[in-house]
Design a protein around this ligand. Structure first.
Ligand code: G3P
Length: 226
């Protein structure tokens, strides 16, 4: 399962990558707005910052097929030819996904709230589909189940499309999708950090260190290597 960073702050991305080899960065217009800077320049900087085999996903805002194609071409020229273009799954979006796929562009269908939207996006040629897990939970649906259903449908139908689950509030949602075998998840820095943090681990590490230091004190003068 790929694990990506759903954020656009350069310092955050750098600090996360220093600690762990993540698989890429995803953004959306709201995430870019939080950085209060030229979004294209920022996306170029993110592309330069992350390893060449890491993915970069950025979203179009147009609501017509022509507009989406124009934006996609602009981003591919300005940022990187191999980046993933995120397209919301409207009717115009599905047509754009189909046309972009024909050009060989990597497409992530996004803003997905139902399994059928994801299925149709996969059929249109999307490489990834992004169901919004936590937003679904907040609507009274089961976000993890929707994402798992999409994953199963892709496998049953032998489709070359994977789930890139997005919108997480906690590490439990990520764990549940990991157990279901989905292809990828993207989450905000606080959720990613929570994936590996456990106070009991910290306490255990501290106790081991203290025990070993007291052993050294106890056997002072004895060569511990013999
Ligand atoms: O790109 C979609 C995802 O980032 C949404 O996350 O936390 O705004 O629901 P959130």
């Amino acid at each position: 399962m790929l694990v990506l960073i759903d954020h656009a702050n350069l310092k955050e991305i750098e600090s996360l990558y220093e600690a762990y080899p993540y698989d890429g960065v995803t953004t959306n217009p709201s995430i870019l707005r939080n950085e209060h800077t030229n979004p294209i320049k920022l996306l170029k900087e993110i592309r330069k910052l992350i390893p060449s085999d890491s993915q970069l996903h950025a979203q179009v805002i147009s609501d017509t097929t022509e507009g989406i194609l124009e934006e996609a071409h602009f981003m591919l020229d300005a940022i990187a030819e191999d980046m993933f273009i995120k397209v919301p799954v409207s009717a115009a979006g599905l047509k754009a996904i189909h046309l972009l796929k024909k050009e060989g562009v990597n497409v992530t269908a996004t803003a997905i709230y139902t399994a059928m939207q994801a299925f149709m996006a996969g059929k249109a040629g999307a490489r990834y589909t992004a169901p919004y897990v936590n937003r679904l939970d907040n609507m009274g649906a089961d976000g993890v189940q929707v994402a798992a259903d999409i994953h199963n449908m892709f496998r049953i139908h032998n489709m070359e499309c994977d789930v890139l689950a997005a919108s997480f509030k906690n590490s439990q949602q990520v764990l549940n999708l990991c157990k279901k075998g989905v292809g990828a998840v993207t989450a905000a820095p606080e959720v990613l950090r929570a994936l590996i943090k456990h106070d009991a681990t910290f306490t255990a590490e501290e106790n081991f260190e203290n025990d070993y230091l007291s052993l050294i004190e106890e056997v002072k003068g004895i060569n511990l290597k013999r």
